[in-house]
Write a protein that binds this ligand. Structure first.
Ligand SMILES: *Cc1c(COP(=O)(O)O)cnc(C)c1O
Length: 369
């Protein structure tokens, strides 16, 4: 509990669910907080700050160019606006106030038109784009993507995310090949992805990341890509970008977070196991509850605690347990994807051992009642 929690009557939250926007995404490290602080305490020539921080990030990532934006959603909207407006000064100022004669269709696989917390197609519309879906809900090949391209196409959008349909989908490299054949740019939304280079290397012209998710920066977004396209994204600060302005503190905080992300060792799966061992051991002593270590289904070096509830013995459904732990005095959030199978998962990256034991006591108390 902090004085802020008391002042505004806010619940203490323990987040074992991962990078969730509804919980504030992540808690940046001290060096990122220090960079934010420097940003808040000084004036800068903002154009220089944008350009030089972008060049610094581009150099770190070995890409042509980069720019910090306010969040990944803003990155999608501004990337779409950039490929429609390009250098057209009049259109920059009138994107939504006049009929657009320039190509403005954004082609994306139908299985990528997802809701990540807000719809992808809303962000495309914000950027002045018109959504054109290619392929089927569960299938999109390179040929199906190409078949949706017309003279009105402005770009291809590829959404790389666990939210999307995965099977029978073309790869980023295949989408890049289609884009190249039709002389169109490829935009990749990789908001929550961990690899900051591979999509660019696969041939994308613009790649968008969320600043607070894997990178653990302040609320912000990152757009990397080819120089000309990044210049057009930057120009949007005089157009729709103004409604999604990133502050100097966000620019400096994210730049520091990217540097940390690339240079500092990440917590390993083995360290996660070590952190959660006492927690799992304690849970296994409770009647009707069993816990074990499980490894990330996508093959990443992430270990999580899987807790299985014997619903018949405990006389309560797992979704009800999840609900009660959310609504307790301390709000505890789990990964609840498998609640219908009587299982929940604990992601230990955002919690320390002490918080894990608090989670244990809250679970224990739930059944002591
Ligand atoms: C989280 C997410 C976004 C939005 O990122 P913000 O930085 O919160 O705007 C966009 N696309 C995907 C696939 C996401 O997972």
């Amino acid at each position: 509990m902090t004085s802020i929690h008391e002042k505004y009557n806010l619940k203490q939250v323990i987040n074992t669910s991962g990078r969730m926007t509804i919980l504030g995404v992540s808690t940046p490290s001290q060096s990122v907080i220090d960079a934010v602080n420097v940003g808040l305490n000084h004036y800068f020539e903002i154009k220089q700050l944008v350009n030089n921080s972008g060049a610094y990030i581009a150099n770190l990532l070995n890409v042509e160019a980069a720019v910090v934006v306010s969040c990944a959603s803003a990155g999608i909207a501004q990337a779409v606006a950039a490929v429609i407006v390009k250098d057209n000064a009049n259109l920059l100022l009138n994107l939504h106030s006049a009929p657009v004669n320039e190509p403005r269709e954004i082609v994306l696989p139908r299985g990528h038109n997802v809701n990540f917390g807000a719809p992808v197609d809303t962000m495309i519309a914000l950027g002045g784009g018109k959504v054109v879906e290619a392929g089927y809900a569960n299938e999109c090949s390179a040929a199906q993507l190409a078949a949706a391209i017309t003279p009105q196409t402005a770009a291809i959008l590829y959404v790389k995310s666990h939210h999307c349909v995965q099977k029978s989908m073309l790869s980023v490299a295949q989408a890049a090949e289609v884009a190249r054949q039709h002389q169109l740019p490829l935009i990749v939304d990789a908001a929550a992805e961990e690899d900051l280079q591979c999509y660019y290397q696969s041939g994308a012209d613009l790649v968008i990341y969320s600043g607070a998710k894997a990178i653990e920066g302040p609320t912000s977004g990152l757009v990397i890509g080819k120089k000309q396209y990044i210049e057009w994204v930057k120009q949007q600060s005089n157009g729709i970008g103004r409604a999604m302005k990133v502050g100097k503190e966000g620019i400096l905080g994210l730049t520091q977070a990217i540097e940390n992300y690339l240079t500092q060792p990440k917590i390993s799966g083995a360290q996660m196991v070590e952190r959660m061992d006492p927690f799992i051991e304690a849970l296994n002593k409770l009647a009707g509850i069993s816990a074990r270590t499980v490894w990330d289904s996508a093959g990443r070096d992430i270990a999580r605690a899987e807790i299985t509830f014997n619903e018949a013995l405990l006389g309560i459904s797992t979704s009800e347990i999840v609900e009660r732990l959310k609504n307790g005095e301390i709000a505890i959030y789990f990964r609840g994807y498998k609640a219908n199978e009587g299982k929940i998962e604990v992601d230990v990256r955002s919690v320390d051992q002490q918080q894990l034991m608090t989670v244990f006591h809250c679970i224990k108390n739930l059944f002591a009642e």
